[in-house]
Design a protein around this ligand. Structure first.
Ligand SMILES: [Zn+2]
Ligand SMILES: [Zn+2]
Length: 329
């Protein structure tokens, strides 16, 4: 019997349904876990994704041939049954369950277990084989309570405002930026956004996700008109001339990578907040256990360490080389 999924040059392939999951080369039929650029790439003839991922995919990929499904809806494709299940990573993100002749494999995409105000809550899916990311697959990654982190961010903003400073925060424009927005206290002051963040805000607001009011920064924006503002920008904009108009400012970044002190120092940030849209070490282990899988394939992240750990825990564990990155830590 051929395996449910095989690992090819173009991506994860399901022979029974003749489709690829998050392929990195152009293929006929692509099933997409979520809208981050390393998972949803241009050039596919046809796309399939969740209904709630669709607006972001259209925003990022333009006019594509896109079919959608609801979470939990079973699609019969060729000799396979395929369904999407919430991954808790960003709005619309999904794990993909594929069943062929009673054998069930699940592709995690990127995932996290903690609830957040904007993403559908992660759901464990029982399976025989689980293909998991392990972006943060080292024991040093152990996330603090996200509510506590948001309280610290709000307190930092209030203190900066009281001291006559702007607060400049870097965050990925899909997911992390809106998660931050949803947790900010708009009573503290105005919230300004970079155009890349605001474009995604507009897409998510359009599908019914509630975010506080924001003001997009344009060339005409006068910083003096928004004293003490919280300014949300993609990481690449921090330290650029775009950001330099807001002075004086305290700068920060919110990411799982902020758990590593060296990274924070190299980026010359005033503050690093540990807030991730990926599972931490305990989260990865809990998620894998909850699937009941005996076979685990690990993809992007600390794959070698994590594979050895899983093997020691009694799993049949293998590393799979993919072209997924860590766009949204
Ligand atoms: Zn992602
Ligand atoms: Zn990824």
């Amino acid at each position: 019997m051929s395996p449910v999924l095989t690992f090819t040059e173009a991506g994860l392939y399901c022979p029974a349904a003749d489709l690829y999951i998050d392929p990195w080369r152009p293929v006929e039929r692509a099933v997409i876990t979520h809208g981050h650029a390393d998972h949803a790439r241009p050039g596919m003839t046809r796309y399939l994704a969740t209904e709630s991922a669709a607006p972001v995919l259209r925003h990022r990929l333009g006019e594509i041939a896109l079919e959608t499904a609801k979470y939990g809806e079973t699609l019969k494709i060729g000799d396979a049954k395929l369904s999407f299940h919430p991954a808790g990573h960003v709005p619309g993100s999904a794990q993909i369950r594929v069943e062929v002749a009673g054998e069930v494999w699940v592709v995690s995409g990127d995932y996290k277990l903690e609830p957040d105000p904007i993403s559908e809550l992660f759901e464990p899916v029982p399976c025989h084989a689980f293909i998991t990311e392990c972006t943060f697959g080292l024991p040093v990654f152990h996330w603090p309570d996200p509510g506590q982190v948001m309280a610290e961010i709000n307190a930092w903003w209030a203190a900066n405002r009281a001291a006559g400073r702007f607060t400049l925060m870097g965050a990925y424009s899909l997911g992390k930026a809106q998660r931050l927005l949803a947790g900010l206290d708009p009573g503290i002051g105005p919230i300004l956004t970079h155009g890349a963040v605001e474009a995604t805000n507009a897409v998510l607001r359009g599908q019914g996700i509630t975010l506080p009011g924001t003001i997009q920064v344009t060339p005409e924006t006068d910083p003096k008109a928004h004293p003490g503002a919280f300014i949300l920008a993609p990481p690449s904009a921090l330290g650029s001339s775009w950001a330099n108009r807001f002075k004086p400012a305290a700068s920060g970044f919110a990411s799982g990578w902020m758990a590593l002190r060296g990274i924070r120092r190299r980026r010359a940030l005033d503050r690093g907040f540990v807030l991730s849209d990926h599972a931490d070490w305990p989260g990865l282990n809990r998620a894998i256990k909850a699937t009941g899988a005996e076979r685990v394939f690990v993809t992007h992240g600390y794959t070698d360490v994590f594979r050895r750990w899983l093997e020691g825990e009694g799993y049949d564990a293998q590393v799979v080389t993919t072209e997924f990155g860590d766009e949204a830590g």
